[in-house]
Design a protein around this ligand. Structure first.
Ligand code: IPM
Ligand code: MG
Length: 366
């Protein structure tokens, strides 16, 4: 297969971790006989510095002309002025919106070798295998908003959802549940929010009409925050609106021991020439400015995002599994980056960890 992949390294540790994911994709291409062509674009703070905009039009065009997008992270203290008119995060939200990526898939699965890396008791973690489906282009992130001014220190954001926005993401989550354990937990705050009451009603109706075979439960978001650390193994697919999903996935990442381990895929309606969704793949962690440039960031979340890219945007399931198995093998061998160094056989930097995954991929295939 021939595929065009847009790479948006972004800021902070973004360039370091995407470089390793590209190495792994190159290795997959080489071993499995695919030609991956990489095109690089600016997004976030680096794009503001170079062009004045966090999402230059060339970046949107690059992504629209690619089969899939691999993204690092955006943001950093140098662009953090709360009064600034442009911010790196606008680039990230802008590209998600421009590509129509309404569903963000965040799987949380524990590598057996890392059961002790988490602050949560191993017996609570046994069997954790959940998928958070986060609505990504609606809600309070994109609703009408009023900034405060020095004269009038009042501000608001609006959590706004329409029936079609809720239906499409519910459908995608329910389909995912069908391919897993057949359970869907929909998160809302229907005891307080009007948008959540609509959310609950639409989810209920759609599931009854189209997915009677999938078990549905509604969970209030505050209760879900508790259940996620009390009995995380009880959940299969967790469906949440944009902000709730953002918050719950940072919490869920701690089940796996580190933010540096969790990948994500953002999917929309548009298909690429391979007949698959033209998705965007990024680690759930941020740009980690405190460790940027030091070569110590964990590249595994981005490498696992590349595996999701192979699966969802290129239909290369065997290749995706080979990458995931290589990551498991590296962890099982006790190789660790500093964020999960506890009990390591050997602590590696970013590049060495990427190289170890490539070696594991090679030895599994020969
Ligand atoms: C995420 C991040 C982003 C979000 C930020 C950087 C805008 O936290 O991808 O989870 O809130 O969506
Ligand atoms: Mg987040």
């Amino acid at each position: 297969m021939k595929a065009i992949i847009a790479v948006l390294p972004g800021d902070g540790i973004g360039p370091e971790v995407t470089a390793e994911a590209v190495q792994v994709l190159e290795a997959v291409g080489h071993r499995f006989g695919h030609r991956f062509q990489f095109g690089y674009g600016l997004l976030g703070g680096c794009a503001i510095d170079a062009t004045g905009s966090p999402l230059p039009p060339e970046t949107v065009l690059l992504c629209q002309g690619s089969d899939a997008v691999l993204l690092g992270a955006v943001g950093g203290p140098q662009w953090d002025d709360p009064m600034a008119a442009v911010r790196p995060e606008q680039g990230l939200l802008g590209i998600r919106k421009a590509l129509g990526l309404y569903a963000n898939l965040r799987p949380v699965k524990l590598a057996p070798a890392l059961l002790h890396a988490s602050t949560i008791k191993p017996e609570t973690l046994a069997g954790v295998d959940l998928l958070v489906v986060r609505e990504l282009t609606g809600g309070v992130y994109f609703g009408p908003r009023q900034e405060a001014t020095p004269e009038d220190e009042v501000a608001y954001d609006t959590m706004l959802y329409s029936r079609p926005e809720i239906e499409r993401v519910t459908r995608l989550a329910a389909q995912a549940a069908r391919g897993r354990r057949g359970q869907l937990a929909s998160v809302d705050k229907a005891n307080v929010l009007a948008s959540s009451r609509l959310w609950r009603r639409v989810v209920t109706e759609l599931m009854r009409a189209e997915f009677p075979d999938v078990t549905l439960e509604h969970v209030l978001v505050d209760a879900m925050a508790m259940h996620l650390i009390r009995r995380p193994a009880a959940y299969d697919v967790v469906l949440a609106e944009n902000l709730f999903g953002d918050i719950l996935t940072d919490e869920a990442s701690m089940l796996a021991g580190s933010m540096g381990l969790l990948p994500s895929a953002s999917l929309g309606e548009e298909l690429n020439p391979h007949g698959q969704p033209r998705g965007l793949y990024e680690p759930i962690h941020g740009s980690a400015p405190d460790i940027a440039g030091k070569g110590v960031a964990n590249p595994l979340a981005t490498i696992l995002s590349a595996a999701m890219l192979l699966r969802h945007s290129l239909g290369l399931e065997a290749e995706a599994q080979a990458v995931e198995a290589a990551v498991d093998a590296v962890l099982a061998a006790g190789l660790r980056t500093p964020d999960i160094a506890d009990g390591a056989v050997e602590v590696l930097g970013t590049a060495a960890m990427g190289a170890a995954v490539v070696r594991a991929l090679d030895s599994a295939l020969t």
